[in-house]
Write a protein that binds this ligand. Structure first.
Ligand code: PLP
Length: 375
């Protein structure tokens, strides 16, 4: 089968005029010590191994770029997502061996799974708040890790509000991946956990240099954790592109006005974990000066991308890539299809592009729905 991608487009490509990658400034926000500690702890966990860094050789040939690397987080600790590195690590650091602590969090799915897994490993109780949009399948996985899951009417924000309210009342320890005023230490731990991916990538690249890195963003924690990892582990600066759903471009809108801007989400994207209305405080401090471009994508090519990954159309291997693994691929295809954007962003035959395959079939029902969709 030959793939048809010539009509793929991005929605927006916005240049950050304030971009000025400053290692020292970044490592003042998330320190080398915090980054190194995360690797030290996580690399000692049972069954730890680097996730694969694959090459999408068929896609790079088609787009006429040198290499496209794909970090396959579907293989992360059988949790099927990079989020395994964040929540579980924060649980361990925050509870410090105290078995009396009850942990709580709000989640779109994968963060809660990580927190539940982390608490189960340590024998702690765990309360997880989810919105009405979180699938029953994702809820079941968290329950299987021993968590109490509490459904809240409305969206993610409502679930977070309820989590904060109940946690205050019951003296539960919130382990959240989002920072707000006076709540920054725990989300920083999750970011430090995510930076482990960059440590692995820096070793897996074998002295080849990344020219462009595409980072998906919800509240920006993963993107900022990876950028801190770049500051720590790389001695050069790739072009950094953040990708968001068109319907939830809170990073792009904030970059446009130079400060955190809360946006209105009219329609929830299929990219559930990325459908966020406000960038988190600590990530923002890193993102605002280090991003080169913000790109947004529609949902319409997600199912095709999932299928092409599964059917080894992008490389020789079959890849299980869930919905949130698709935006980087959709972006590079969309950018390459537009000569102006391609030139602007300096994508050419010498480019070595890194894409993060954030999750596998973390939501199995949705994954199969996307895989079987006729389009
Ligand atoms: C499954 C999933 N959830 C959430 C996110 C967003 O992470 P963050 O909210 O830290 O930006 C991503 C990737 O961007 C993801 O793949």
């Amino acid at each position: 089968m030959s793939i048809e991608i010539s009509d793929w487009k991005i929605s927006n490509c916005f240049k950050n005029n304030k971009s000025n990658f400053n290692k020292k400034k970044i490592l003042n926000i998330l320190t080398e010590k915090e980054i190194d500690e995360a690797y030290k702890v996580i690399s000692k966990w049972k069954n730890y191994s680097q996730t694969p860094l694959l090459q999408l050789n068929k896609l790079s040939k088609k787009l006429n770029v040198n290499r496209i690397f794909y970090k396959d987080e579907s293989k992360r600790f059988h949790l099927k997502s990079f989020k395994a590195l964040g929540g579980a690590y924060a649980v361990e650091k925050v509870t410090k061996g105290n078995k009396e602590i009850i942990v709580s969090t709000a989640t779109a799915g994968n963060h809660g799974r990580s927190v539940a897994w982390g608490t189960q490993k340590l024998g702690l109780d765990c309360k997880i708040f989810v919105s009405e949009y979180v699938s029953e399948n994702r809820v079941q996985v968290m329950k299987n890790f021993g968590a109490d899951v509490i459904r809240v009417k409305g969206n993610y924000e409502n679930s977070l509000k309820e989590c904060v309210k109940q946690s205050k009342k019951n003296n539960w320890q919130i382990v959240q991946d989002v920072a707000w005023e006076n709540y920054v230490d725990v989300p920083k731990l999750t970011m430090a956990g995510y930076s482990v991916m960059m440590k692995e990538i820096s070793e897996q690249m074998n002295n080849q240099k990344i020219s462009h890195i595409f980072l998906q963003a919800g509240v920006g924690g993963m993107a900022a954790g990876m950028i801190a990892g770049m500051a720590r582990y790389l001695d050069y600066n790739p072009i950094i592109i953040v990708v968001e759903p068109e319907s939830a471009a809170c990073v792009l809108e904030s970059i446009k006005v130079g400060k955190i801007k809360k946006i209105q989400i009219e329609k929830e994207s299929i990219l559930g974990g990325m459908s966020c209305n406000e960038v988190s405080l600590i990530p923002w401090q890193i993102l605002k000066n280090s991003l080169n471009y913000c790109v947004t994508v529609k949902d319409d090519k997600i199912s095709k991308t999932v299928k092409y990954l599964a059917n080894s159309e992008f490389c020789d291997e079959k890849i299980v890539g869930g919905e949130c693994s698709t935006p980087g691929i959709i972006s590079i295809i969309g950018l390459c299809n537009n000569e102006h954007d391609k030139k602007e962003i300096k994508l050419n035959k010498n480019s070595n592009v890194l894409i993060i395959g954030c999750e596998g079939d973390a939501d199995e029902n949705l994954y199969h729905e996307l895989l079987n969709k006729k389009d």
